[in-house]
Design a protein around this ligand. Structure first.
Ligand SMILES: [Zn+2]
Length: 144
């Protein structure tokens, strides 16, 4: 596990967002989500937040915020929380930088897809989407 520099994955993150019919208007990669929220009078208690989904009430679309640098200790504490929510047998998917980011993005997209979903429901949907993405990859390889 190493420090994740989110902008290095920007193109791949945008590719995922544009592949699904989810009302998202953009992804913002920012260094401090809590400070960004404070400037805009949006309540946010977590100083170490790595992702957030905001709804634009004018358009009904969502803005996904992702933290620009995600340290190893942040990754570990998030993986621990996801494990406690009941996904301990799937956390190996989060051990690479891209795996971690993909789950983070799909989790936030889950909030955009259905505003009523809990953290656990967003995690569950994110893992199922990651499995779909990886299935698609292996199909492409089989054709060679
Ligand atoms: Zn969430």
């Amino acid at each position: 596990m190493e420090l994740i520099i989110t902008s290095e994955y920007k193109e791949r993150l945008h590719n995922i967002v544009s592949s699904y019919q989810i009302p998202v208007e953009g992804i913002e990669i920012i260094s401090d989500i809590q400070a960004w929220c404070k400037e805009r009078n949006i309540p946010e208690k977590n100083a170490l937040l790595t992702g957030k989904c905001l709804k634009n009430n004018k358009t009904g679309k969502h803005l996904i915020l992702l933290r620009s640098e995600i340290s190893e200790s942040m990754q570990r504490s998030i993986i621990r929380a996801i494990s406690i929510r009941g996904f301990s047998e799937k956390i190996n998917l989060l051990e690479t930088s891209w795996g971690f980011l993909k789950h983070l993005l799909f989790h936030e997209l889950g909030h955009a897809k259905d505003n009523s979903w809990s953290e656990t429901q967003c995690d569950e949907w994110a893992f199922s989407m990651m499995e779909q993405v990886s299935n698609y990859k292996s199909l492409k390889q089989d054709k060679k």
